[in-house]
Design a protein around this ligand. Structure first.
Ligand SMILES: NC(=O)c1ccc[n+]([C@@H]2O[C@H](COP(=O)([O-])OP(=O)(O)OC[C@H]3O[C@@H](n4cnc5c(N)ncnc54)[C@H](O)[C@@H]3O)[C@@H](O)[C@H]2O)c1
Length: 258
């Protein structure tokens, strides 16, 4: 089995593609990989956010603006990354979310369902499919599910729950498919991390509502972004070399599967 790193960081000499890399969690994940020696492809549909993220991350980061639901653009991305930087050796698929779609059942229109499934499910699949031939022995994929796909969550809607549950199934099936070539495929399922819109929602809550949210979390506090980036890096690293097909819940204990 090939091993990562040469003593200059767990990901030295490796190329990592992070979709949704210019978002809240994405930036923390990209910074973590860059700090451990990786060359990082920051992939996002938001061109301004990509430019900003790359300027903050420094010379190890390279920006790519595209829609992960566009299979042709994703295939071209992986070809370019391979030609320009090698690999990719690691893929992290963070592009996704509820994407501003409504939560109430009677407000959900077909275009909302399409958008959430296209980005979270098809986008994840297209990225994994296009990266797979390049990952090689010792390569790793970390997909991104959600606590909202593991148990009913009041914060997100039905399409999001369905999409993130599908990411779990997709992850296990891919782990079975790619295991023989030495590629591991795992998911993280974050609880509530206060990025962007979610921070605004939390801030707008009454003290009693905030207390209710915190009381449901055994650790009794909101997480730092480092606390989702570190598990992603762990699953992508050789430290997790015999772990594949798992969904790692990162939620302070709010959901504990048997
Ligand atoms: N923050 C949380 O509490 C939380 C909890 C569970 C799961 N997640 C998941 O983690 C991931 C990242 O969440 P976040 O909080 O950083 O959200 P975010 O909105 O800050 O980041 C998501 C990024 O994905 C990008 N994106 C959206 N559609 C895209 C597309 N079609 N192609 C390429 N890029 C696209 C956005 O521009 C954005 O930069 C999402 O998949 C989300 O569902 C987040």
């Amino acid at each position: 089995m090939a091993r990562f790193g040469d003593g200059a960081g767990r990901f030295a000499g490796r190329t990592v593609v992070v979709t949704g890399g210019a978002g809240g969690i994405g930036r923390a994940v990209c910074a973590g990989f860059a700090a451990e020696g990786a060359t990082v492809a920051v992939v996002d549909v938001n061109a301004d956010a990509v430019a900003d993220a790359v300027s903050v991350l420094g010379t190890r980061a390279h920006g790519f603006t595209l829609d992960v639901a566009d299979a042709g653009a994703v295939a071209e991305l992986m070809r370019r990354v391979h030609a320009e930087h090698g690999g990719p050796h690691v893929l992290v698929t963070l592009a996704g979310g509820s994407l501003g779609t409504p939560r109430d059942l009677d407000a959900i229109a077909p275009e909302h369902v399409d958008l959430v499934l296209d980005v979270n499910v098809k986008g994840t699949l297209y990225c994994c499919q296009a990266a797979a031939p390049h990952l090689g022995d010792g390569g790793a994929i970390v997909t991104v599910a959600s606590i909202g796909g593991r148990q009913p969550s009041p914060v997100t809607g039905v399409p999001y729950a369905a999409a993130k549950a599908a990411v779990g199934g997709l992850t296990r099936r891919l782990a079975k498919e790619l295991g023989a070539s030495g590629v591991r495929v795992n998911a993280v399922a974050p609880g509530l991390f206060l990025t962007g819109r979610l921070q605004g929602m939390f801030d707008a809550m009454s003290d009693a509502e905030r207390r209710e949210v915190l009381d449901a979390i055994p650790l009794g506090r909101m997480p730092e972004l480092r606390e989702i980036a570190d598990p992603v890096l762990f699953l992508a690293s050789d430290e997790a070399s015999y772990i594949t097909g798992v969904t790692l819940d990162v939620n302070g204990g709010r959901y504990m599967p048997a």
